[in-house]
Design a protein around this ligand. Structure first.
Ligand code: LLP
Length: 446
């Protein structure tokens, strides 16, 4: 018997084990220390759908989408589907007034099946196939973002009606030093560098094809950006480029898409991009840059993915084994790992983990939460605090797994991908079912 069994009020008085900057907005802990999201105890979800399971809080997703719409009133917001996309998620984005950015035929079909108006779809990708370009023009997507010379040629050849396009450029903004991945510099695969003649050549090529309707420029400076000023800098450089295009061709581009990459915290103390500050920065940068170049204000488009879907998601794992190795580390192995979360091995990502099925009272210790895969680096989190009595059968919840988890999952070791379960107002609904061994074998042609 523990002190908590004798004095249950201790449990009620215990501080919540979740941080609202990291966990879904509806996360609660009940008297028994069981965590719930969207009014559904996570232990019940684990019982009903098994583990590992991705849980997504519809309220959190919608609230963050709404927050963008409210803070960025004169800006168009396109949700980046690469972070998380199912037909229901596409519908949530649509119902909250967001467009959707897609980067493959699969994402395009999902957005369409979710009822997103094609005119509000933006088609991306640095290596779109002719088939993907054909499909995008056929259904009439609002914008195709051109990323290479060959794409310009393909699209000009296969479009049957005038297609609105943007050119993706790299404004040479290096966000390193910021906890982030950089894509806005020249030495990487995306876009045409603004420096030199690369972007100017691309503009000339596009303008030479009347079937391509060049409406603007696009840039994406990177991931996990928390300093809004970097977007201000991008706007300055892009407006200057648009003014150069006007000078060279007499064409006034009316749209400036500054991409996504808005940073969120994964562990306590990390910063996030402040959406109100972003709104102010965009306004100020536009005012200044347009005045300096005497350029008419273009429509600004932003493409946040992670900032809308990231914190809505948690992953549930069942503890499979606990062992303390001679080196001193305690490994808490769970029934998932790098197949459902490749971000640790890819980016050294850090996560917040908590016990979800009971109070985490008593002594706590630092452990490594390890995955089930045949790879030494298969870890979910290192040096996280869990109760010393954590044992097989316990349920762990990992925060901030709404973005780039379901969408990046693999079948390593022939492990089926987890289901995606949406929670809202006390109800759980499966959006994507678990992949079975039969599913996996069905692709094996023998
Ligand atoms: N727009 C464009 C053109 C992009 O390339 C991306 C992300 C986004 C928008 C959305 O970025 P977000 O707001 O979600 O950061 N797998 C990495 C993230 C790669 C993102 C690539 N592009 C991760 O797990 O962190």
């Amino acid at each position: 018997m523990t002190l908590l069994d004798i004095l249950p009020s201790l449990g009620r008085a215990a501080p919540p084990r979740f941080d609202s900057a990291i966990w879904p907005v509806t996360t609660r802990s009940d008297e028994d220390g069981r965590l719930s999201v969207g009014g559904v105890p996570l232990a019940d979800i684990a019982d009903e759908f098994g583990t590992p399971t991705y849980v997504i809080d519809e309220t959190d997703f919608r609230r963050r989408a709404r927050r963008y719409r409210k803070a960025l009133r004169s800006v168009e917001v396109a949700y980046a589907g690469k972070s998380l996309l199912t037909t229901s998620v596409a519908r949530w984005a649509r119902e909250e007034g967001l467009g959707v950015d897609v980067c493959s035929a699969g994402e395009l079909a999902t957005a369409q099946a979710g009822g997103v108006d094609p005119a509000r779809i933006i088609m991306h990708g640095n290596a779109k196939s002719p088939e993907e370009l054909r499909e995008a023009t056929r259904i009439g997507v609002g914008r195709i973002v051109l990323d290479s010379d060959i794409e310009i040629a393909y699209l000009a050849g296969l479009a049957r009606k005038r297609q609105r396009v943007l050119i993706r450029v790299t404004p040479d903004i290096d966000i390193h030093g910021h906890r982030a991945l950089t894509t806005g510099i020249s030495d990487q695969k995306f876009g045409f560098p603004l420096a030199g003649d690369h972007a100017a050549d691309a503009v000339r090529r596009v303008l030479a094809h009347p079937i391509l309707d060049l409406v603007g420029l696009h840039c994406h400076i990177g991931s996990q950006v928390t300093d809004a000023a970097l977007y201000g800098e991008a706007i300055h450089r892009m407006i200057a480029a648009m003014a150069d295009i006007r000078a060279a061709h007499g064409v006034i581009l009316t749209e400036l898409n500054i991409g996504g990459g808005h940073g969120i915290p994964y562990v306590a103390g990390e910063s996030e991009l402040d959406v109100d500050e972003l709104a102010r920065t965009i306004e100020d940068a536009l005012d200044e840059a347009c005045a300096a170049e005497h350029f008419p204000r273009p429509t600004i488009v932003v493409e946040p993915g992670r900032a809308i879907s990231g914190r809505a998601g948690v992953t549930l794992y069942r503890v499979s084994s606990v062992k303390t190795q001679p080196g001193g580390r305690t490994f808490v192995a769970v029934d998932g790992g790098m197949s459902d979360n490749p971000r640790v091995s890819l980016y050294g990502a850090q996560y917040t983990v908590t016990l979800a099925n009971r109070h985490a009272s008593g002594v706590r210790g630092l452990v490594t939460v390890a995955g089930r895969h045949c790879e030494a680096g298969d870890e979910i989190a290192r040096d996280v605090e869990l109760p010393a009595d954590v044992h097989p059968g316990d349920l762990l919840a990992v925060a901030c797994t709404g973005a780039y988890h379901h969408s990046m999952a693999s079948n390593y070791n022939m492990v089926g991908r987890p289901p995606l379960v949406a929670v809202k107002d006390g109800r759980a609904r499966e959006l994507v079912r678990r992949e079975t061994i039969a599913d996996l074998l069905s692709r094996d042609c023998g």
